[in-house]
Design a protein around this ligand. Sequence first.
Ligand code: ATP
Length: 328
Amino acid sequence: MPLPALTTQHLAKSFGSTHAVQDVSLTVRAGETLALLGPSGCGKSTVLRMVAGLERPDTGQGEVGRVEVGGRDVTALPPEARHIGLVFQDYALFPHLSVLDNVAYGPRMRGATRAEAHGRAREALELVNLPELSARKPAQLSGGQAQRVALARALATGSPLLLLDEPLSNLDERLRAELRNDLRELFGRVGAGVLLVTHDQREALALAGQVAVMRAGQLVQTGAARDVFDQPATAWVAAFLGWANVLEREDGQALLIPEDAVQLGEGDAFTLTARHATEAGETITVAHPLGLLTLNLSAREVGRIDGQTLRFDVNMTRVQRVINDLKT
Ligand code: ATP
Protein backbone atom coordinates (compact mmCIF):
# COMPACT_ATOMS: atom_id res chain seq x y z
CA MET A 1 0.00 0.00 0.00
CA PRO A 2 1.49 3.39 -0.93
CA LEU A 3 1.39 5.99 1.84
CA PRO A 4 -1.65 8.27 1.76
CA ALA A 5 -1.14 11.56 -0.08
CA LEU A 6 -2.67 13.34 2.92
CA THR A 7 -3.71 12.50 6.44
CA THR A 8 -5.12 15.07 8.84
CA GLN A 9 -5.84 14.25 12.46
CA HIS A 10 -7.95 16.28 14.86
CA LEU A 11 -7.58 19.61 13.07
CA ALA A 12 -9.27 22.43 14.95
CA LYS A 13 -9.29 26.20 14.47
CA SER A 14 -11.16 28.97 16.22
CA PHE A 15 -11.21 32.65 15.36
CA GLY A 16 -12.26 34.36 18.57
CA SER A 17 -15.56 32.74 19.50
CA THR A 18 -16.06 31.23 16.01
CA HIS A 19 -15.23 27.52 16.03
CA ALA A 20 -14.44 27.42 12.33
CA VAL A 21 -13.08 23.85 12.33
CA GLN A 22 -13.57 21.18 14.98
CA ASP A 23 -11.73 17.87 15.06
CA VAL A 24 -11.39 17.18 11.34
CA SER A 25 -9.60 13.92 10.51
CA LEU A 26 -9.49 12.75 6.93
CA THR A 27 -7.35 10.78 4.51
CA VAL A 28 -6.70 11.27 0.80
CA ARG A 29 -5.09 8.23 -0.78
CA ALA A 30 -2.57 8.51 -3.61
CA GLY A 31 -4.33 8.85 -6.96
CA GLU A 32 -7.64 9.65 -5.29
CA THR A 33 -9.69 12.85 -5.33
CA LEU A 34 -11.58 13.81 -2.19
CA ALA A 35 -14.07 16.67 -2.30
CA LEU A 36 -14.59 18.58 0.93
CA LEU A 37 -18.16 19.67 0.40
CA GLY A 38 -20.33 21.94 2.51
CA PRO A 39 -22.24 25.23 2.56
CA SER A 40 -20.56 28.61 2.68
CA GLY A 41 -18.84 29.33 5.99
CA CYS A 42 -18.72 25.70 7.20
CA GLY A 43 -14.92 25.75 7.48
CA LYS A 44 -13.74 24.11 4.25
CA SER A 45 -11.19 26.75 3.30
CA THR A 46 -9.86 26.82 6.84
CA VAL A 47 -9.15 23.07 6.65
CA LEU A 48 -7.41 23.59 3.33
CA ARG A 49 -5.37 26.47 4.69
CA MET A 50 -4.24 24.38 7.66
CA VAL A 51 -3.17 21.60 5.30
CA ALA A 52 -1.28 24.14 3.18
CA GLY A 53 0.40 25.63 6.25
CA LEU A 54 -1.22 29.04 5.81
CA GLU A 55 -3.08 28.66 9.09
CA ARG A 56 -1.84 26.97 12.28
CA PRO A 57 -4.13 24.39 13.88
CA ASP A 58 -5.18 25.22 17.45
CA THR A 59 -3.24 23.39 20.09
CA GLY A 60 -5.35 24.41 23.08
CA GLN A 61 -7.77 21.63 23.93
CA GLY A 62 -8.17 17.98 23.07
CA GLU A 63 -5.84 16.10 20.79
CA VAL A 64 -3.14 18.02 18.97
CA GLY A 65 -3.84 18.53 15.27
CA ARG A 66 -1.50 16.89 12.80
CA VAL A 67 -0.99 17.06 9.03
CA GLU A 68 0.96 14.40 7.09
CA VAL A 69 1.74 14.71 3.39
CA GLY A 70 2.96 11.54 1.70
CA GLY A 71 3.55 10.03 5.15
CA ARG A 72 5.69 12.96 6.34
CA ASP A 73 4.62 15.01 9.35
CA VAL A 74 4.52 18.59 8.06
CA THR A 75 2.52 20.14 10.93
CA ALA A 76 5.37 22.36 12.05
CA LEU A 77 6.63 23.23 8.56
CA PRO A 78 6.02 26.49 6.68
CA PRO A 79 3.99 26.30 3.43
CA GLU A 80 6.99 26.29 1.12
CA ALA A 81 8.54 23.27 2.86
CA ARG A 82 5.40 21.12 2.61
CA HIS A 83 5.69 20.19 -1.06
CA ILE A 84 2.06 20.74 -1.92
CA GLY A 85 0.58 22.00 -5.20
CA LEU A 86 -1.98 24.74 -4.55
CA VAL A 87 -4.72 26.18 -6.75
CA PHE A 88 -6.81 28.95 -5.22
CA GLN A 89 -10.00 30.66 -6.37
CA ASP A 90 -8.22 33.71 -7.69
CA TYR A 91 -5.36 31.70 -9.27
CA ALA A 92 -2.75 34.08 -7.77
CA LEU A 93 -0.51 34.11 -10.84
CA PHE A 94 2.47 36.48 -10.79
CA PRO A 95 1.41 39.27 -13.18
CA HIS A 96 4.94 40.23 -14.23
CA LEU A 97 6.03 36.69 -15.13
CA SER A 98 5.26 34.84 -18.37
CA VAL A 99 3.02 31.80 -18.24
CA LEU A 100 6.10 29.56 -18.59
CA ASP A 101 7.92 31.29 -15.72
CA ASN A 102 4.79 31.21 -13.55
CA VAL A 103 4.58 27.46 -14.03
CA ALA A 104 8.34 27.00 -13.60
CA TYR A 105 8.31 28.92 -10.32
CA GLY A 106 7.68 25.90 -8.05
CA PRO A 107 10.48 23.72 -9.44
CA ARG A 108 12.85 26.76 -9.36
CA MET A 109 12.06 27.34 -5.68
CA ARG A 110 12.82 23.70 -5.02
CA GLY A 111 16.28 24.08 -6.51
CA ALA A 112 15.81 22.99 -10.13
CA THR A 113 18.01 24.71 -12.72
CA ARG A 114 16.27 27.15 -15.06
CA ALA A 115 16.42 24.60 -17.90
CA GLU A 116 15.02 21.79 -15.73
CA ALA A 117 12.27 24.02 -14.37
CA HIS A 118 11.28 25.13 -17.87
CA GLY A 119 11.23 21.50 -19.00
CA ARG A 120 8.86 20.60 -16.15
CA ALA A 121 6.75 23.68 -16.87
CA ARG A 122 6.37 22.71 -20.55
CA GLU A 123 5.28 19.20 -19.58
CA ALA A 124 2.71 20.61 -17.16
CA LEU A 125 1.40 23.06 -19.80
CA GLU A 126 1.04 20.11 -22.21
CA LEU A 127 -0.99 18.30 -19.56
CA VAL A 128 -3.47 21.19 -19.36
CA ASN A 129 -3.47 21.65 -23.15
CA LEU A 130 -1.91 25.11 -23.20
CA PRO A 131 1.62 24.69 -24.56
CA GLU A 132 1.15 27.51 -27.10
CA LEU A 133 0.54 30.21 -24.48
CA SER A 134 3.89 29.98 -22.65
CA ALA A 135 5.08 33.45 -23.59
CA ARG A 136 1.93 35.32 -22.54
CA LYS A 137 1.48 37.31 -19.37
CA PRO A 138 -1.44 36.42 -17.03
CA ALA A 139 -3.35 39.58 -18.03
CA GLN A 140 -3.51 38.24 -21.59
CA LEU A 141 -5.34 35.06 -20.59
CA SER A 142 -9.04 34.25 -20.45
CA GLY A 143 -10.49 33.04 -17.14
CA GLY A 144 -10.44 29.42 -18.27
CA GLN A 145 -6.86 29.71 -19.50
CA ALA A 146 -5.70 31.34 -16.26
CA GLN A 147 -7.34 28.49 -14.37
CA ARG A 148 -5.42 25.95 -16.45
CA VAL A 149 -2.15 27.81 -15.93
CA ALA A 150 -2.73 27.82 -12.16
CA LEU A 151 -3.33 24.10 -12.36
CA ALA A 152 -0.21 23.57 -14.46
CA ARG A 153 1.76 25.48 -11.84
CA ALA A 154 0.51 23.13 -9.15
CA LEU A 155 1.23 20.06 -11.31
CA ALA A 156 4.77 21.22 -12.11
CA THR A 157 5.71 21.00 -8.45
CA GLY A 158 5.52 17.20 -8.82
CA SER A 159 3.87 17.17 -5.42
CA PRO A 160 2.11 14.04 -4.15
CA LEU A 161 -0.78 16.30 -3.04
CA LEU A 162 -2.78 18.94 -4.91
CA LEU A 163 -5.10 21.32 -3.06
CA LEU A 164 -7.81 23.10 -5.02
CA ASP A 165 -10.07 25.70 -3.44
CA GLU A 166 -13.24 26.23 -5.53
CA PRO A 167 -11.12 25.95 -8.68
CA LEU A 168 -14.01 26.54 -11.09
CA SER A 169 -15.96 29.17 -9.19
CA ASN A 170 -14.82 32.16 -11.24
CA LEU A 171 -15.80 30.63 -14.55
CA ASP A 172 -19.03 30.75 -16.49
CA GLU A 173 -21.26 27.69 -16.62
CA ARG A 174 -20.11 26.51 -20.06
CA LEU A 175 -16.40 26.70 -19.23
CA ARG A 176 -17.02 25.12 -15.90
CA ALA A 177 -18.65 22.08 -17.50
CA GLU A 178 -15.81 21.79 -19.98
CA LEU A 179 -13.07 22.07 -17.35
CA ARG A 180 -14.85 19.64 -15.05
CA ASN A 181 -14.40 16.92 -17.64
CA ASP A 182 -10.77 17.92 -18.28
CA LEU A 183 -9.93 17.97 -14.60
CA ARG A 184 -11.37 14.58 -13.87
CA GLU A 185 -9.38 13.06 -16.70
CA LEU A 186 -6.24 14.94 -15.63
CA PHE A 187 -6.50 13.91 -11.98
CA GLY A 188 -6.72 10.30 -13.16
CA ARG A 189 -3.53 10.70 -15.17
CA VAL A 190 -1.24 12.53 -12.75
CA GLY A 191 -1.53 10.05 -9.86
CA ALA A 192 -1.36 12.69 -7.12
CA GLY A 193 -3.87 12.80 -4.29
CA VAL A 194 -6.26 15.73 -4.72
CA LEU A 195 -8.14 17.57 -1.98
CA LEU A 196 -10.80 19.72 -3.57
CA VAL A 197 -12.91 22.27 -1.70
CA THR A 198 -16.30 23.07 -3.14
CA HIS A 199 -19.81 24.08 -2.11
CA ASP A 200 -21.14 22.72 -5.41
CA GLN A 201 -22.62 19.23 -5.14
CA ARG A 202 -22.46 18.58 -8.87
CA GLU A 203 -18.81 19.56 -8.97
CA ALA A 204 -17.99 17.18 -6.13
CA LEU A 205 -19.78 14.32 -7.81
CA ALA A 206 -18.23 15.07 -11.20
CA LEU A 207 -14.66 15.35 -9.96
CA ALA A 208 -14.24 13.28 -6.84
CA GLY A 209 -14.37 9.59 -6.03
CA GLN A 210 -14.57 10.38 -2.32
CA VAL A 211 -16.63 13.04 -0.56
CA ALA A 212 -16.41 14.48 2.95
CA VAL A 213 -19.46 16.56 3.84
CA MET A 214 -18.84 19.34 6.33
CA ARG A 215 -21.33 21.28 8.42
CA ALA A 216 -20.55 24.03 10.94
CA GLY A 217 -16.89 23.07 11.34
CA GLN A 218 -17.36 19.31 11.54
CA LEU A 219 -17.32 16.39 9.14
CA VAL A 220 -20.78 14.88 9.05
CA GLN A 221 -20.33 12.14 6.45
CA THR A 222 -17.34 10.73 4.57
CA GLY A 223 -17.23 7.99 1.98
CA ALA A 224 -17.33 7.05 -1.68
CA ALA A 225 -19.10 9.89 -3.52
CA ARG A 226 -21.79 7.61 -4.96
CA ASP A 227 -22.56 6.09 -1.56
CA VAL A 228 -22.80 9.47 0.15
CA PHE A 229 -25.12 10.79 -2.56
CA ASP A 230 -27.25 7.65 -2.65
CA GLN A 231 -27.35 7.06 1.09
CA PRO A 232 -27.02 10.34 2.97
CA ALA A 233 -26.64 9.61 6.67
CA THR A 234 -28.94 12.35 7.89
CA ALA A 235 -31.78 14.46 6.59
CA TRP A 236 -29.54 17.52 6.62
CA VAL A 237 -26.97 15.84 4.35
CA ALA A 238 -29.73 14.58 2.09
CA ALA A 239 -31.31 18.02 1.78
CA PHE A 240 -27.91 19.65 1.22
CA LEU A 241 -27.15 17.15 -1.54
CA GLY A 242 -30.38 18.08 -3.28
CA TRP A 243 -32.77 15.32 -2.31
CA ALA A 244 -36.19 16.89 -2.60
CA ASN A 245 -38.01 14.78 -0.06
CA VAL A 246 -36.46 13.30 3.03
CA LEU A 247 -37.83 11.88 6.22
CA GLU A 248 -35.72 11.63 9.32
CA ARG A 249 -36.47 9.32 12.20
CA GLU A 250 -35.65 10.22 15.77
CA ASP A 251 -32.54 8.03 15.60
CA GLY A 252 -31.28 10.44 12.92
CA GLN A 253 -31.55 7.96 10.06
CA ALA A 254 -32.58 9.54 6.77
CA LEU A 255 -35.38 8.03 4.76
CA LEU A 256 -35.24 9.07 1.15
CA ILE A 257 -38.29 9.70 -0.89
CA PRO A 258 -38.27 9.52 -4.69
CA GLU A 259 -38.44 12.98 -6.18
CA ASP A 260 -41.80 12.56 -7.83
CA ALA A 261 -43.49 11.15 -4.73
CA VAL A 262 -44.54 14.34 -3.08
CA GLN A 263 -44.92 18.05 -3.54
CA LEU A 264 -45.67 19.77 -0.29
CA GLY A 265 -47.63 22.96 -0.17
CA GLU A 266 -49.05 24.95 2.70
CA GLY A 267 -52.08 23.09 4.01
CA ASP A 268 -51.51 19.99 1.87
CA ALA A 269 -51.90 16.46 2.98
CA PHE A 270 -49.21 14.34 1.48
CA THR A 271 -48.43 10.81 0.46
CA LEU A 272 -44.89 9.52 0.45
CA THR A 273 -43.06 6.51 -0.80
CA ALA A 274 -40.55 5.49 1.83
CA ARG A 275 -38.26 2.60 2.63
CA HIS A 276 -39.29 2.27 6.27
CA ALA A 277 -42.45 2.18 8.31
CA THR A 278 -43.12 4.79 10.98
CA GLU A 279 -44.87 4.62 14.32
CA ALA A 280 -47.22 6.87 16.24
CA GLY A 281 -45.32 9.42 18.29
CA GLU A 282 -42.31 9.27 16.02
CA THR A 283 -40.79 12.57 14.99
CA ILE A 284 -39.96 12.90 11.34
CA THR A 285 -38.33 15.64 9.35
CA VAL A 286 -39.41 16.51 5.86
CA ALA A 287 -37.30 18.47 3.43
CA HIS A 288 -39.39 21.26 2.00
CA PRO A 289 -38.46 24.17 -0.25
CA LEU A 290 -38.74 26.36 2.86
CA GLY A 291 -36.26 24.25 4.82
CA LEU A 292 -36.37 21.15 6.97
CA LEU A 293 -39.71 20.64 8.72
CA THR A 294 -40.35 18.42 11.72
CA LEU A 295 -43.56 16.87 12.84
CA ASN A 296 -44.56 14.42 15.50
CA LEU A 297 -46.83 11.79 14.04
CA SER A 298 -50.18 11.25 15.69
CA ALA A 299 -51.82 7.83 15.51
CA ARG A 300 -54.03 9.04 12.68
CA GLU A 301 -51.01 10.13 10.67
CA VAL A 302 -48.94 6.98 10.96
CA GLY A 303 -47.77 5.66 7.66
CA ARG A 304 -49.83 2.79 6.37
CA ILE A 305 -47.69 0.52 4.29
CA ASP A 306 -49.19 -0.30 0.96
CA GLY A 307 -46.44 -2.14 -0.88
CA GLN A 308 -43.61 0.39 -0.76
CA THR A 309 -45.93 3.33 -0.26
CA LEU A 310 -46.36 4.99 3.10
CA ARG A 311 -49.42 7.16 3.33
CA PHE A 312 -49.26 10.18 5.62
CA ASP A 313 -52.34 12.28 5.82
CA VAL A 314 -50.61 15.21 7.40
CA ASN A 315 -51.84 18.74 7.15
CA MET A 316 -48.87 20.99 6.50
CA THR A 317 -50.29 23.90 8.46
CA ARG A 318 -49.58 21.78 11.56
CA VAL A 319 -45.95 21.37 10.63
CA GLN A 320 -43.41 23.31 12.61
CA ARG A 321 -40.62 24.88 10.67
CA VAL A 322 -37.33 24.25 12.47
CA ILE A 323 -34.53 25.08 10.12
CA ASN A 324 -34.87 28.10 7.93
CA ASP A 325 -32.09 27.45 5.51
CA LEU A 326 -29.08 25.28 4.94
CA LYS A 327 -26.40 27.88 5.54
CA THR A 328 -24.89 26.26 8.64
P1 ATP B 1 -16.82 29.59 1.69
O1 ATP B 1 -17.38 28.41 0.92
O2 ATP B 1 -17.78 30.73 1.77
O3 ATP B 1 -15.46 29.97 1.27
P2 ATP B 1 -15.82 28.00 3.90
O4 ATP B 1 -16.62 26.77 4.16
O5 ATP B 1 -14.56 27.83 3.16
O6 ATP B 1 -16.72 29.10 3.23
P3 ATP B 1 -14.19 29.26 5.91
O7 ATP B 1 -13.67 30.30 5.00
O8 ATP B 1 -13.28 28.16 6.29
O9 ATP B 1 -15.54 28.62 5.33
O10 ATP B 1 -14.73 29.98 7.24
C1 ATP B 1 -15.25 29.26 8.34
C2 ATP B 1 -15.67 30.25 9.43
O11 ATP B 1 -14.51 30.88 9.98
C3 ATP B 1 -16.54 31.37 8.93
O12 ATP B 1 -17.47 31.66 9.95
C4 ATP B 1 -15.58 32.52 8.71
O13 ATP B 1 -16.23 33.76 8.87
C5 ATP B 1 -14.57 32.28 9.81
N1 ATP B 1 -13.21 32.75 9.46
C6 ATP B 1 -12.45 32.27 8.46
N2 ATP B 1 -11.25 32.89 8.43
C7 ATP B 1 -11.28 33.83 9.42
C8 ATP B 1 -10.34 34.80 9.91
N3 ATP B 1 -9.13 34.95 9.37
N4 ATP B 1 -10.73 35.57 10.96
C9 ATP B 1 -11.94 35.42 11.52
N5 ATP B 1 -12.86 34.52 11.11
C10 ATP B 1 -12.54 33.72 10.08
